[in-house]
Design a protein around this ligand. Structure first.
Ligand SMILES: *Cc1c(COP(=O)(O)O)cnc(C)c1O
Length: 366
């Protein structure tokens, strides 16, 4: 039996090469490990197009640690963050601001509704205290793609700064931090880069980072302190996730060999298209219209059978070697299927067949 295929938004299925890259023990003081850190940061920065103006600061932990670090450093104690919320990760960013004691307001839209650039412009005009806008590029809780370029233009025109949680889109969808005037972009090792979990990173405007001294409430999450130490020593401030970084180096090599962002997007888009087509043919309806759907993760309405339970459905699909993801909507019964990871048409086809068999085994009509 092969190991299960993860149809989840990270951790996700990685290649054998990425896994075997973790078979070496690295000393955190060793110059070869410092070179690994530098090369990974250089490549991540290049993917974002930020070599001239931005820096890449890696951080131990999951993606949320990096979001919290970015907000803590960049939004000063006298600043105010407006978060555009249409799902759980937007809510989380606002919650982070509240934890940190930063002034915060939200522009809330429904789970299937992207924020409107016009409304954003009005909100920024009405409240001059707002210094920063927080946006989730692909809101992974549904898979909706928010209109980054249009919203970024509004934020720039209003003279405010933009912080983008691009956790589930970075490296697959094109993002140019310079063209879009993005102050900080946050992502992690274990989503579209197809590494393993354990580190996040912030691609941040160098001037904004250098101006953030004293802002962070946290010793461990102080991005500027991490950057200063890396600059001075080539080393992470505290124990680095050595194996995670080595796996990410390998994943980046594979990413570049595959053809970089356009090739990654093409594979994910083909996965998403095939998934939606096959699931529709089996009677399942996606929650989002195709025009709002990012090729990252797709939310489907659950079978309408009265006996439907996600746990049972999950187990029946898992028994066939595929791992689904629960829905994250409070009002409607849904489940999610990821399109990202080291998977292509073969795995998507097999997964859809497994889902079809699970539904008939359980006797649910759709
Ligand atoms: C995965 C993800 C995060 C971070 O989640 P962690 O569980 O902390 O890694 C943040 N934002 C979005 C949009 C995500 O998809």
């Amino acid at each position: 039996m092969r190991e299960p295929i993860l149809l989840t938004p990270g951790p996700l299925t990685t290649t054998l090469a990425t896994k075997t890259a973790m078979l070496t023990d690295w000393g955190s003081w060793d110059s070869s490990f410092n070179a690994l850190t530098a090369s990974v940061c250089r490549d991540l920065l290049a993917i974002a197009g930020g070599q001239a103006s931005h820096v890449c600061v890696p951080l131990q932990g999951s993606g949320t640690f990096a979001v919290e670090a970015a907000i803590a450093n960049l939004v000063p104690k006298t600043g105010k963050l407006l978060v555009l919320v249409n799902g759980a990760y937007g809510k989380r960013m606002a919650q982070i601001a509240q934890y940190l004691g930063r002034a915060c307001c939200v522009y809330d839209t429904a789970d299937d509704t992207p924020p409107s650039p016009d409304t954003l412009a009005r909100l920024l005009e009405e409240d001059p205290a707002i210094s920063h806008v927080g946006l989730i590029h692909c809101e992974t809780s549904t898979g909706i793609l928010n209109p980054l370029a249009e919203l970024a233009a509004v934020v720039h025109a209003a003279g405010r700064r933009l912080v983008v949680d691009a956790m589930s889109s970075f490296a697959a969808l094109p993002i140019d931090v310079v063209a879009l005037h993005i102050d900080a972009l946050i992502a992690s090792s274990n989503k579209c880069l197809e590494g393993v979990p354990g580190m996040g990173f912030v691609i941040v405007n160098r001037d904004s980072l250098l101006a953030s001294r004293g802002n962070s409430h946290s010793l461990a999450l102080d991005l500027l302190a991490q950057y200063d130490y890396l600059q001075a020593t080539g080393q992470w401030r505290f124990t680095p996730p050595t194996h995670v970084l080595a796996a990410l180096r390998s994943a980046l090599d594979q990413y570049l060999a595959e053809g970089g962002q356009p090739a990654r997007l093409a594979r994910y888009q083909a996965n998403a298209d095939l998934l939606v087509r096959s699931m529709r043919a089996a009677g399942f309806e996606p929650f989002l219209p195709d025009t709002l759907q990012a090729p990252i993760i797709v939310t489907f309405h659950a079978p309408r059978h009265p006996a439907y339970q996600f746990a049972e459905f999950y187990a029946a699909v898992r028994a066939q070697g595929f791992v689904l993801y629960p829905g994250k909507l409070t009002e409607q019964d849904t489940f999610r299927v990821g399109c990202i990871g080291a998977i292509d048409a073969a795995e998507i086809q097999q997964a859809c067949a497994a889902i079809g068999r699970a539904v008939s085994q359980l006797g649910w009509t759709i």
